[in-house]
Design a protein around this ligand. Structure first.
Ligand code: ZN
Ligand code: ZN
Length: 244
């Protein structure tokens, strides 16, 4: 694991030596202020737009009768009060969040900030008591060297001028990767995976992550926060894995 001084030095060297080329197509001009993505690549986005389910935020192709909540949310008792994502998990946002997560390509941070500014237009509570990154187990964090959700939480918290709480929620079980699991396996996989070492205030919190797929992890976190004392929990992710 590299310490923060080492990373600062790496970033400094990068900023001096990185060619001003788009790091997606490797053809067009792009600078550090663009997050190293050219205008053409930046257009490769699929925004999630209303009409959506007022709870889980998924676009409603066949809205349920007399309800602004989708059929799935009627059946599932989520602990979070609202989940919203900026983009569908494909194209550019998928590639950028992947490379941030697995290769620590943090030169994309200005792009993340550009995207997170769009989240101000979502119908989220923009005055939560704190922003909470979905935590990694400490072993995984040590192995990877960082938690990508910390980066997203830090950027969004600075936009809404709110503190980040890194220690309010802890992952105590090193769960297997959720990527190829069914929804029911994902739910049982994260059951009891989180704890609150200290009881949170009876206020609203905003949980953030790079991607939400079935919502099992986000919901397990929300459940832990609510049962420990939080009054409500909303979720914001950059992308949403969907089949629509
Ligand atoms: Zn490009
Ligand atoms: Zn829903």
């Amino acid at each position: 694991m590299k310490d923060s001084l080492t990373w600062s030095l790496i970033k400094l060297v990068d900023s001096l030596s990185f060619p001003e080329v788009c790091q997606i197509c490797h053809q067009n001009h792009a600078s550090s202020t663009d997050g190293f993505a050219c205008k053409r690549c930046k257009n490769n986005l699929q925004h999630i737009k209303p009409p959506w389910c007022s709870l889980c935020g998924l676009p409603q192709i066949t809205p349920s009768i007399n309800s602004d909540v989708c059929n799935d949310c009627i059946k599932t008792k989520y602990s979070f009060s609202k989940a919203r994502s900026i983009f569908a998990a494909n194209h550019l946002p998928r590639e950028v969040t992947h490379r941030l997560k697995y290769s620590r390509h943090d030169f994309f941070e200005p792009l993340l900030k550009e995207w997170l500014l769009k989240a101000l237009q979502l119908d989220l509570n923009l005055q939560p008591l704190a922003v909470i990154p979905i935590p990694l187990h400490e072993h995984k964090k040590r192995e990877r060297g960082f938690n990508q959700s910390d980066t997203i939480a830090r950027i969004f918290a600075s936009i809404i001028n709110t503190p980040v709480e890194y220690n309010l929620l802890k992952r105590v079980t090193a769960t297997e990767s959720q990527t190829h699991l069914s929804r029911s396996r994902r739910i049982s996989n994260v059951k009891n995976a989180f704890i609150c070492p200290e009881p949170p205030s009876k206020r609203c919190f905003l949980l953030v992550d790079d991607v939400m797929t079935t919502g099992a992890t986000a919901d397990a976190c929300a459940k832990t926060l609510i049962s420990s004392g939080a009054s409500s929990v909303e979720i914001l992710t950059i992308t949403r894995g969907t089949n629509y």
